[in-house]
Design a protein around this ligand. Sequence first.
Ligand code: DHB
Ligand code: FE
Length: 267
Amino acid sequence: KATPRVRQLTAGLINHLHDFARENELTVDEWMVGVELMNAAGRMSTDKRNEGQLVCDILGLESLVDEITYKLASTAADEPTATAILGPFYRHNAPRLPNGSCIVSDAVNAQGDRTWMHGTVSDFATGNPIEGAVVDVWHTAPNGLYEQQDPDQPEMNLRGRFTTGKGGEYDFYCLRPVPYPIPFDGPAGKVLQALDRHPFRPAHIHFLITAPGYKPIVTQIFDRKSKYIDDDSVFAVKDSLIVDFLPFHGDPRADFELPYDFKLASF
Ligand code: DHB
Ligand code: FE
């Protein structure tokens, strides 16, 4: 539909694409490489592999629009929890689990550093706890693969949705994630190779936090000790999202503890 916003965005895109072609004296052969890349990304984009988004991400586009969107949303001096890109591997309908449950299958649990993550979800302006907020979490297995990329993991492994209690509290068991390469065997990988860039992301855990009356937060937290913390292939790291995994004793189910509080802004 030709809304003013659609006209503005389309005109802007055309202007910049034409300027790009003129400034670089783009040839037909070079333009065709781009067309092939778009077609290949399209062919490869399935439920399990979001290649179009991956290409945008290694070019920094998703991180840039995340930054812009967050800036528009944050007006007050004290800020809500910083956002970060969704990435290509989110799945709807992760299992709803009670607080205190474990999102790791037994086989995968044996291979990783078991972690107890806990904290609260609160209103950033008032500090009041938010009851009934949903903490939707997902991360990779120690082999660096998300469940939908890996036939050896059970469906929805390392994913879960937790609901905060009266004091805004949530907790669950997961693993301390590891750095891992984004899929390198498609168009996004080709672009990285053409630029002599590596495909790795620092160890991270993804979140989507929602609560009635509050702006949803899509974010990730990053392990301070992880390799690539200063060199993320998709440019998603923000200082305020870097966390410390603390050695944890006295709980047979966890080797590390990870406290983290989320702060939401109301609509
Ligand atoms: C991307 C993001 C991720 O969180 C991830 O695990 C892999 C790739 C991305 O932005 O392309
Ligand atoms: Fe990820």
